[in-house]
Design a protein around this ligand. Structure first.
Ligand code: AVI
Length: 324
């Protein structure tokens, strides 16, 4: 939905407006990074994943590519439904799909995404590559889809949650998310989950503070989205991107900083928000974990760790968990 200020009919996403109003009324101000991903945001995130500084994608790709045989051995040879939460373009997952097909493993790939478009593009791509691969996409919210699968009483489930997406949740949110996931699974079901690990802080800072300014453009695009969809009046020149990394907590945090004292009207909300000079909006958390913290999280959510798969530099970890 877009904001059309010239029309009598002003359409906009009410949830987005409500969240923006609540977040900009907080002290300190906060906007959710889940709103980064409009069409432009998706393109910028693709560009981030191709940046040399953003090591996460290459690390996880190399884990899946080099250790696909070990991963399959740990999953076991009996048939399963491979459910991927937030499938995207499936770039990394295709490595596993190809390997499982070559080993003639009986499995069905079930990508879950809220975007019908993402699922259609992925399904067509996979059909062209591997006509024999069984693909049954699920369009909707992760938990609604898992609930549906549970009621279908199908084969055992192997869930993929890759890309360090768990890092965009606080520790408490991550635990709640994993506890909910555990409730939707049965004994013997598994989860392969990607975590970005604590490492040299300068490596982490560079990944979110690239000299080309792609991450800055990705974060600032949130203000462009508010301008377009909610009739916001943010002047992008007057905000800048700022990144921090706290090596004890593992929190990489992105902020948008107001470069001067200013008032910004958002028409769809019917309010003007005040920004002090150098006031920050908290826009994203990318949490980094230690292997010890990952094991504690698995146990707290009710899972048993089966095996850890690291890249060569131990920058990233795909961890296989099982419901007992
Ligand atoms: C999607 N998520 C895991 C990315 C991350 O690393 O937190 C999003 C991102 N933000 C800036 N760069 C990448």
């Amino acid at each position: 939905m877009s904001f059309i200020s010239t029309s009598d009919l002003v359409k906009f996403d009410q949830n987005f407006a409500t969240d923006v109003e609540a977040g900009l009324s907080l002290d300190p101000k906060k906007l959710s990074s889940k709103y980064f991903y409009d069409k432009k945001g998706d393109e910028l995130f693709q560009a981030i994943m191709r940046m040399p500084e953003y090591y996460l994608t290459d690390c996880e790709y190399s884990i899946l590519n080099r250790q696909k045989a070990d991963i399959l051995e740990a999953i076991g040879p009996s048939g399963f439904e491979l459910i991927e939460l937030g499938a995207g373009d499936g770039y990394k997952t295709k490595v596993l799909l190809e390997h499982f097909l070559s080993r003639e493993v009986p499995f069905v790939y079930r990508p879950v995404d809220i975007s019908q478009n993402v699922l259609e593009v992925l399904r067509n791509d996979l059909k062209n590559r591997w006509p024999d691969l069984a693909v049954r996409p699920l369009k909707g919210d992760y938990f609604a889809m898992l609930e549906r699968l549970q009621s279908e009483q199908g084969q055992r489930k192997v869930v993929l949650f890759l890309g360090a997406n768990i890092g965009n949740y606080t520790r408490q949110e991550a635990l709640r998310f994993l506890e909910n996931l555990h409730k939707q699974l049965d004994p013997g079901d598994q989860l392969l989950i990607g975590f970005d690990l604590k490492k040299d802080p300068s490596v982490i800072l560079n990944a979110y503070n690239d000299p080309a300014g792609i991450t800055a453009a990705f974060n600032l695009n949130l203000l462009t989205r508010i301008n377009r969809e909610l009739g916001g009046h943010f002047d992008l020149e007057e905000f800048s991107h700022w990144e921090t990394y706290q090596p004890i907590t593992g929190e990489a945090k992105s902020y948008l900083i107001s470069r001067k004292e200013q008032e910004v009207e958002i028409e769809a909300i019917g309010k003007t928000f005040h920004f002090g000079a150098w006031e920050a909006i908290d826009v994203e958390l990318s949490l980094k974990y230690s292997p010890f913290e990952i094991e504690a999280l698995a146990r707290a959510a009710g899972f048993q760790v089966v095996e850890h798969f690291y890249d060569d530099r131990s920058y990233f970890l795909d961890s296989l968990w099982e419901v007992k």
